[in-house]
Design a protein around this ligand. Structure first.
Ligand SMILES: C[S@@+](CC[C@H](N)C(=O)[O-])C[C@H]1O[C@@H](n2cnc3c(N)ncnc32)[C@H](O)[C@@H]1O
Length: 296
């Protein structure tokens, strides 16, 4: 699909007051990206296991309070962590209550299938049942809608924070506010682990472009390709690292990834001046990062 067609659809959907439901309908019936299929679930399960291992490496998992920033539609990561039965609470927070019973039930099916949940763990029947049993049976507290800028959680109350594929969707001025709030609620020596994708997300639907395509456009040009429903901030790795360091986090892990042929791609790439003036080629080449920060 030409990425401009996706831009067109999402711009139209964004006009309606119930754009979130229309977006859900489109993801379910047009792109068929929801409910997530078995392969995507397995990938989420691996991501959850990575978080679990990181938490075990840097702290005490048993009885720990974990908080996910931007839990999204289907709660796959929180469900996997809940199935480990060692955390006292997993707070799954999102600024929008995207969670749909049928999407969560699809993930329960995968978890029963591989023995992570007992075979008699029943599907959720409605949203009320889902919220109550998530908490009573899996220690998952669904906190949505709630802005990560103001979590209403007490100071020094969380052991681990994680967030997957969220920070590239948040406007630049809000990122320091979320990180400041995260610093406040983390216990001293607590950790935050972030996976951020710095790539042009349209690359996944339009095979004629690369992860770097959006770096062609000036801020003004990019506005027309950046609808509210699919907002991407285009910040680079160095921008995030500066914010984290300025707020006093210690960087424990910083693993970056790039397109394997980035040097070849960059030879003729028509970058917007706005990027080449501000960033090094190395910084521009980073397509994703895995970062672990500590509150010291
Ligand atoms: C691309 S989704 C990722 C969802 C999930 N982490 C995943 O990997 O499937 C980004 C999520 O971040 C949420 N989000 C954006 N800004 C937020 C904020 N200020 N506070 C809490 N959640 C936010 C969005 O509503 C959305 O559900």
């Amino acid at each position: 699909m030409n990425f401009r067609f996706k831009v067109f659809l999402q711009t139209i959907f964004g006009i309606f007051p119930n754009s979130e439901s229309i977006n859900y309908f489109a993801q379910k019936h047009i792109t068929k990206s929801l409910p997530i299929n078995k392969d995507v679930f397995l990938q989420k399960q691996r991501e959850a296991l990575t978080q679990h291992e990181i938490f075990g490496m840097y702290g005490q998992r048993d009885g720990a309070v974990v908080y996910e920033i931007g839990c999204g539609w289907h709660l796959a990561t929180a469900l996997v962590l809940g199935s480990y039965k060692c955390y006292s609470k997993i707070i799954a927070l999102d600024i929008i209550d995207h969670v749909r019973v049928e999407l969560v039930n699809a993930n329960l099916h995968h978890l029963r299938d591989d023995g992570s949940l007992p075979p008699d763990f029943a599907d959720f029947t409605n949203k009320k049942d889902l919220r109550e049993r998530l908490l009573s049976q899996l220690n998952i507290d669904l906190v949505a809608p709630r802005d990560a800028v103001n979590t209403e959680m007490p100071d020094n109350s969380v052991d681990f924070i994680y967030s997957l594929l969220v920070f590239e969707h948040i406007s630049p001025e809000v990122i320091p506010l979320i990180m400041k709030e995260s610093f406040r609620i983390l216990k001293p020596q607590g950790f935050i682990s972030l996976t951020i994708h710095y790539s042009d997300h349209y690359y996944t639907v339009d095979k004629s472009i690369t992860e770097y395509n959006f770096l062609k456009y000036s801020e003004k040009e990019w506005k027309k390709y950046n609808p509210k429903l699919h907002y991407v901030n285009r910040l680079r790795h160095s921008d995030f690292m500066s914010v984290f360091r300025e707020l006093g986090f210690e960087v424990i892990e910083e693993i970056t990834d790039r397109h394997e042929n980035w040097e070849e791609i960059f030879k003729d790439f028509p970058f917007s001046d706005e990027f080449t003036k501000k960033y090094t080629p190395d910084d521009l080449s980073i397509t994703s990062a895995y970062i672990v920060l500590k509150k010291t």
